[in-house]
Design a protein around this ligand. Sequence first.
Ligand code: NAD
Ligand code: ZN
Length: 393
Amino acid sequence: MKALCWYGRHDVRVEKVPDPSILNPRDAIVRVTSTAICGSDLHLYGGFQPGMAPGDILGHEFMGEVVETGPAVRNLRRGDRVVVPFTISCGACHPCSKGEFSLCDNSNPNADAVEKLFGYGGAGLFGYSHLYGGYAGGQAEYVRVPFADVGPFKVPGHLSDEQVLFLTDILPTGYMAAENCGIKPGEVVAVWGCGPVGLLAVKCAYLLGAGRVIAIDRVEERLRLAREECNAETINFLESDVYDTLREMTGGRGPSACIDAVGLEAHGTGSVGAVYDKAKGMMMLATDRLTALRQALVSCGKGGTVSIPGVYGGLLDKVPLGAAFAKGLTLRMGQTHVHRYLPLLLEHIDQGRIDPTFVISHRLPLDDAPRGYATFLEKAEGCTKIVMNPTVH
Ligand code: NAD
Ligand code: ZN
C-alpha cells in the first residue's frame, strides 16, 4: 500500500510499504477514505517529538471502511463505515473504566520509556512515535486498528466523511478544552491559537454557555474564521498587547477561562520569555516555547481556569506558576479522551448543532501529502486544515 512516511525534520515521503495485517484477535483493518493533517503532526514534522524512527507512518486523524476483523471483534463487520479515535484504548483498565481513555494502561507497549520521563505513561497513539507505542498511522491506504472492539465508531451513511472526520481528534479536543473550563452561563473565555483546535474550542465554548469568546492569533485568515464562522471577537497579538487588551475588554477583570490551543511551538512576541525560549532551544537546552501559556496564566482572571489542549512535551522553563497560585487558578490539560466525547458530538453533528467542516481549506490526494505538510507548516495559501483521500490517485 501507499503511506506517508517520516524520515526526519521537514522530510516526509509517500512510499510503498507492506499492507498491515491482523496481529491480535481484537484488531481490525480499515481502508482509509479520509485522513487529515493535524497541528500535532507538525510537532513530528518539525522534529520536536522524540522516539521517531525513519520510515514511521504518520497520521492519527482518519476514517474509512472495515475490510477485515480479528476473531474477538464482534461489534464490527466488513463494510462498516467508521471513525477511529486517535487514542488507542483497551476499554477495560482502571483509567478506561473511569472514562479517561487517553490514559489507557494497556495500549502503549513502550509505556516504560514514558514512565522514566513522566512517572506514568498514557495510551498508545496512532502515528505518534515509539514513545506512544510505535503504531503505524492513518495517512495511508490501510491501517491496523488495535482494540477494534472499543475504538472505531460506526457513522451513519447520510453524513459525509468531511462532516464526521474531525470526531477522530480535533472536535473532541476543542470540546474537552471548553468543558475543562467549567464555563458558567455568560462567562468570557479567551482562546490562544485559531488553528483548527482553537477554532473548534471557540465553537464548543459557546455550545457550553460562554457569553463571549475572544480568540488570539497573528494569522489574519484564521482570525477571520474565528470572527465570521465562530462569532468570536479577536486580537492579533502582533498588533496589540494581549494582556492589556483582554483586561480592557473584560472591564478590568480578565477572562474567566483561558484556553491554550497553541502548544509548544508558540510564536514569540519579542518578550523576554520568548527570547529566552528561542536561545535555549537553539542550544538544545529546551524543547518547548511557552509564549501562549505564559500569557494565558498571566491574563486569566482571579479564580479562573486555564485549560491546555495544546501539546507540551518537556520540562517547561519560566512558567509563571506564582501567577496561577496568587490568583487561585485551576489548571486542566491532557490528551483528549476521544471515546468519551465521540457519541455526544456525533449526535450534535447529526442534529446540525455543530458543523466542523468550515476549518477545511485544502483537499489533496495522499500523493501530495509532502506538499501539504509544507503548506500547513507555513500557513501558506490560507491553509487551516488539509484533508486527504487515499482512494483517489
Ligand atoms: P495549528 O498549528 O494549526 O494552530 C496553532 C495556532 O496557534 C496557529 O494559528 C498559530 O498562528 C497560533 N499561534 C502561534 N503562536 C501563538 C501565540 N503566541 N499566541 C496565539 N496564537 C499563536 O495547530 P492545531 O491543529 O490547531 O493544534 C493546536 C495545538 O493542539 C497543537 O499543539 C496540537 O498538538 C494540539 N492538539 C492537542 C490534542 C490533545 O489531545 N490535547 C489534540 C489535537 C491537537
Ligand atoms: Zn491531531
